[in-house]
Design a protein around this ligand. Structure first.
Ligand code: CA
Length: 289
């Protein structure tokens, strides 16, 4: 019997307009009234997630920043695992040298350099002119999604953070230049103290090695005295694999890549077709048996 469900946001619970559909909201309420604890598990920052749910009457547990933080339904922090400050500053220094757009997910803000958006506009124009077959609309949508997050705070450079005591929960690097992304991935892959994951086509994200959606799901299941076999998870991307692999029941979205689908117990409908609601109702059917 499933007692807890972890739901990814982008490409999963959110539709193409970056919204939670009425059908998905109803399914979440249905799950809650059937004794299933609903957990949002996302790469986004917790305050961004709280903003998304502000106008609903749903107050979920939130696994944010790819598992680096966990927040209670009442908004209080339950768990945090920050990247060591010096390690984080070294990462940011390298990203700036390489002219990467980046975001640091911290306690109260998404910290990002002033000139980042300019960098991405230049990259987008370059990518579009180098490859006329690229859909410029797809690139623009990726940018809009990135900028639609809540809680940005702008800095001149990472050196503005030298004296800060903020947490460095998640560092996201974004680029339309595939060679640049590969270089970044190669630079940080295998770094002893870090986890590196990909949540979308044009990015990679870094967290402390003890932070992932899967580790966070396990921590939360222990806290709520739910056996890991009684958990379910649904997602669409590589940063979901850690939770999809440990959950008792896993579903890949219909819009997920094949590699993700291959790791899951089942494939549900796409995010345009309320795949999350479809998965929730399939779980509660089993509850009734
Ligand atoms: Ca996703």
């Amino acid at each position: 019997m499933i007692k807890m469900i972890a739901i990814d946001l982008d490409g999963t619970l959110l539709n193409e307009e970056n919204q939670v559909s009425k059908e998905n909201l109803e399914a979440i309420k249905y799950a809650q009234t059937h004794g299933i604890e609903v957990v949002i598990a996302t790469g986004r920052a917790h305050f961004d997630v709280q903003e998304i749910f502000k106008h609903t009457n749903i107050k979920p547990w939130i696994i944010a920043a790819n598992g680096a933080t966990i927040y209670q339904p009442n908004g209080e922090r339950f768990h945090a695992q920050s990247i060591n400050k010096q390690v984080a500053l070294d990462i940011l220094s390298w990203l700036e040298e390489e002219a990467f757009y980046y975001e640091v997910f911290s306690d109260h803000a998404i910290v990002t350099p002033q000139n980042g958006r300019e960098l991405l506009t230049i990259e987008m124009d370059r990518a579009a002119s180098a490859n006329p077959e690229l859909s410029v609309n797809e690139l623009k949508r990726a940018l809009e999604k990135q900028y639609s997050q809540f809680g940005f705070s702008f800095i001149e450079s990472y050196t503005d953070l030298l004296d800060t005591d903020m947490g460095f929960y998640n560092i996201l690097a974004f680029s339309f230049d595939e060679a640049k992304l590969s270089k970044g991935w190669a630079k940080f892959e295998g770094t002893q103290d870090l986890t590196i994951v990909k949540s979308a086509k044009h990015n990679f994200e870094l967290e402390h090695k003890n932070a992932s959606k899967g580790i966070a799901l396990n921590i939360l299941a222990n806290k709520l005295k739910v056996n890991i076999d009684e958990t379910a998870a649904v997602g669409d991307s590589f940063n979901d694999l850690s939770m999809l692999k440990i959950a008792g029941k896993s579903a890949a979205m219909g819009n997920a890549q094949q590699e993700i689908k291959d790791c899951c117990h089942e494939v549900t409908l796409s995010n345009k077709e309320n795949g999350v609601a479809h998965f929730i109702y399939s779980l509660t059917k089993e509850v009734k048996k």
